[in-house]
Design a protein around this ligand. Structure first.
Ligand SMILES: C[S@@+](CC[C@H](N)C(=O)[O-])C[C@H]1O[C@@H](n2cnc3c(N)ncnc32)[C@H](O)[C@@H]1O
Length: 199
């Protein structure tokens, strides 16, 4: 189905629309970690990898609840392999908070170089999962994160039987080591969460 045609069909759908759920099992941890940021004016969250918007919707409904709070989503949303864009737009519209969202439809390795340094309070890294991509996302994100901000990596323990270069763990381990004493490791499970303590 063509993307425009699909967008027109979704206009008649009154509920959120998703094809998969890689997200909701994180919600209880996210509540704990991000609750102190809830309803903070001018809060800025960067999400790398948004797909159909399930995690973006959670951030909007639970944390970015002050009207001045902003979410920047970076995802190339490739078409025609899998067309997440119509569902992403539909789901974001349904939150009633679309004016708080900027979608940068570009690969993160390009997009992140064009965002202002030290401008985000929370960065969620859930884009391409190859080690080289996760490494790049982590390095660029460090520059974009404010001191005191949180950086969350998804899928730290994803696909342990795959070669190291095609999964996240080795890259995240390297980043954790290189950030050294400039960060605090808050959580290391299926996801990994750090706080940036110094530049
Ligand atoms: C696992 S999905 C994200 C799921 C989403 N965070 C959620 O929980 O609902 C991964 C997304 O990363 C995107 N992606 C792949 N390569 C990327 C890149 N180089 N830069 C940014 N996003 C990328 C894909 O298009 C896909 O939508």
């Amino acid at each position: 189905m063509r993307e425009k045609q699909f967008e027109r069909q979704l206009r008649h759908v009154r509920d959120f629309s998703y094809t998969s759920d890689w997200t909701s099992y994180n919600y209880s941890n996210w509540e704990t970690w991000f609750a102190p940021y809830r309803s903070q004016p001018n809060l800025r969250i960067l999400e790398i990898g948004s797909f159909e918007g399930r995690s973006a919707v959670w951030f909007l409904q639970h944390i970015l609840t002050h009207p001045s709070a902003q979410l920047v989503c970076v995802d190339p949303m490739p078409w025609p392999v899998n067309p997440p864009r119509p569902r992403f737009m539909h789901n974001i519209q349904l939150t009633g908070q679309a004016s708080q969202v900027t979608l940068v439809q570009e690969r993160s390795e390009i997009a992140l170089t064009q965002l202002p340094p030290a401008s985000f309070d929370i960065i969620y890294i859930d884009g391409a999962h190859d080690a080289i991509n996760v490494l790049a996302d982590g390095i660029y994100s460090w520059e974009l994160l404010k001191v005191g901000g949180l950086m969350l990596f998804d899928d730290y323990l994803w696909e342990p039987d795959q070669p190291e270069h095609s999964r996240c763990q080795r890259a995240i381990d390297l980043l954790l080591k290189q950030f050294g004493a400039r960060k605090t490791l808050i959580h290391q499970g299926y996801q990994a969460l750090i706080r940036k303590d110094a530049d």
